[in-house]
Design a protein around this ligand. Sequence first.
Ligand SMILES: [Zn+2]
Length: 370
Amino acid sequence: MSETLHRFLRKRKLDRSAKRHSKGRPGIGKCADAGYANGPFVPDLKSAKLTHVNLRWFLIPIGVVILPALIGTLAGCGGPAVSPTDQTLLRETDQLHARLEPAVVERQEPRLRRYFEQLSSRIVTAARELDQQGIIKSRNEGSNEWLFSKEIDFHLVDSELPNIYTGGGRHIYIYDGLFQQCRNEDELASLFCHEYAHVYGRHVQKELKRDASVGGDDGLLVPFATLKFTPAHDKTAEAIAFNIFVKAGWDPARYADVYRRLLQQGPPGGLDAALLRERADGAHELPAGALNWAQPPVADDARFAQLQAETQAVVAAAPRNDRVELLLAAFPNCLTPPDAPAQVSARQRLFPPPAAPSENKWNKGLQGAR
Ligand SMILES: [Zn+2]
């Protein structure tokens, strides 16, 4: 543990009481909270006033050019638009989500849904503030607003596998097999922050391999089932995730607990020990200002255990859907090698290779040699 971290833990108690006295002070946190509640755009009144003064000088000669931009700004639509790359991915991941919908558990469990919404709110609010301060950076790709909106949706899916997955759009899926392994909110939040960091970093936009020659449902699903993050992306995601986790108020000393414990108890369901060890041992420098960020978790340990038990009952009663289960099994995961045997076999069952045309059967030997 670094010395900075020790200092943080010693001062944590004092800072919590200092924080109580500073409640109500207008600050970045308050603005971002309001922005989250009221929609993605937070108007900056000071700059709006300056724009208004300058307008007198510019309106007459070039009013035709300025006016549409000004109207856009005042209406809350200023700044860059969502890029075509993001738009495509958002559309595709919404379509993917429609295929996974039968396995989504929190729809039937309003308390869990509300809980995930609260975690999402904390994560995107923290991410927005860090982004504005330049502490974390996404790839330069049009508007970032959707990354911080309440549309970022964490889902629980009915699968015993210990996975967490995102297609890079609004949706992030934790499998019940991993959710039930978490001992407390810090462990769940750590996993959520990592996966969100891939969304925020636009890693899928970089790595998704679409194949125009594959049509229909397979054309949509295959790229998401074969998605691989590079080790460099995972490293970046870890750095972003740790900052967001701490900024959102969770305990930095518990950030890697989930990886340490999965490692100690023997990695379940094919999780890769080397990758878990890398996460468990990863050193993170506390960001400046972290002393003021500590917050109690949304759910204390008892409430967290209760949510898990309630969820387990819903999962046990849910009808099975073979195709969705197979799709969930085919998805890669940041904690397993990209081509784990179970994933490969699920992919082969979902997307069997097309039968060779009969006229080619005499060339089979030759093709095999290529
Ligand atoms: Zn990852």
